[in-house]
Every structure is written in C-alpha cells, then in structure tokens.
Design a protein around this ligand. Sequence first.
Ligand SMILES: [Fe+2]
Length: 209
Amino acid sequence: MSKEIHRQILPLFSRPIFIIKGYTLNEEEMAAVQKERNSVNDNAGKNYTSQDSYIFNKPEFKNLATWIKKELDIYFYDCLQFNQSTQLRFSQSWLNYNPKGTFHHVHTHPNSIVSGVYFIKGDQQPILFERFENDHLFGNIIPEVDKYNYYNCGSWKVTNKPGYLLLFPSSVKHGVVMNEATEERISLSFNTFVTGTIGKNRGLTELKI
Ligand SMILES: [Fe+2]
C-alpha cells in the first residue's frame, strides 16, 4: 500500500491586494475627469493631482463612488472577514494626471486604512508593490531566487489597465514608473478610514468613532 503525502502551504500574514474589473466610465464621467485637469496641484514625481481632493462628493463621480464602496465592502467583510460593527468610509479622493516623463514615487498612504486606485486611461505601466526594508521572509538575509513568487519577492507588479480597480492596505508601499508614452496616464485614488466601533468593550480596546 502506497503512503500518500499531503503537502499544504498557508500564505500566513499576507497583504492581500484586491483586483477588480467591472466599471467603465461613460462619456459624461470622462468629460468630468478632463474638466478637473484644469485645476491641479503639482507633486513629487512631477505628476499632477486634482485640486479637489474630495472628488467623490461631486455628483459626476457618485456612481463610480457607489460601485467602489460596494467592492470595498466585499474586500473588507467577505475577503478579510472583519465584523460589520466597523465600517469604512471614504476620506480623500482625487484624480492623478501623469504626462510623459512623470511618475509616481514609491509611497504609502498615511492616516488611511484601505486605499485604492482606479485606472482610467493612458500607458499601462504596472503598479509596483514593495516590501518594507528587512521585511523579507528571513529579515535581511536574502537568498538568491530561482523563480519569484508571493513569498520570496521584494516587489510585485500588478496590472494597470483601464477599468481596473485595486484595493490594498494603505500601509503597503507602492509606486508607478515613468510614463514613456505621449498619452497622459490618468487614474483616481482614494483613502478610507473607519467609522463605527473598533475593538472590544471587555478587552478595554474599544474605540467608537
Ligand atoms: Fe498611492
């Protein structure tokens, strides 16, 4: 009788990145995106962001915001399995404009829980998610790798195609390389924060906000 061997691997303590496709901007929404291009701030990486950083409050972006909120809840409750006593609400939301020769430096989103980016148009350079220094599997001991996977990689490229939404923990480092194309790259980003109750009354960790 042969002995069967069962092997299992658990992706413990991972940082799940949620990738969704399912919303396409209509003509009016695209026109609203272009209209915001007239009032922008310039940033590190020489890219531009809309001066309005509460773009989801505008009626033109209400449908998109509603769709993203639905996906945010699927990520938070279905994938991550948090309790419904804690809710996420949008904090700031803004548009990013990257003309040729500009990029998004590697950064995190402070004062936010889950962040997201919805890609609208332009060159399809991937978003690069990066580990923090010394956050490798064995600290700062990094053996040579034959084939990169989620366990041994230092960074990972994720699709950046029109109509795709990415949701990720705001503390994860990410950036986008320089736009080499002539067409401007446009995306929409947002942050969230908790509302409701976090923690437990009996554990003396309760926080109502
Ligand atoms: Fe970002």
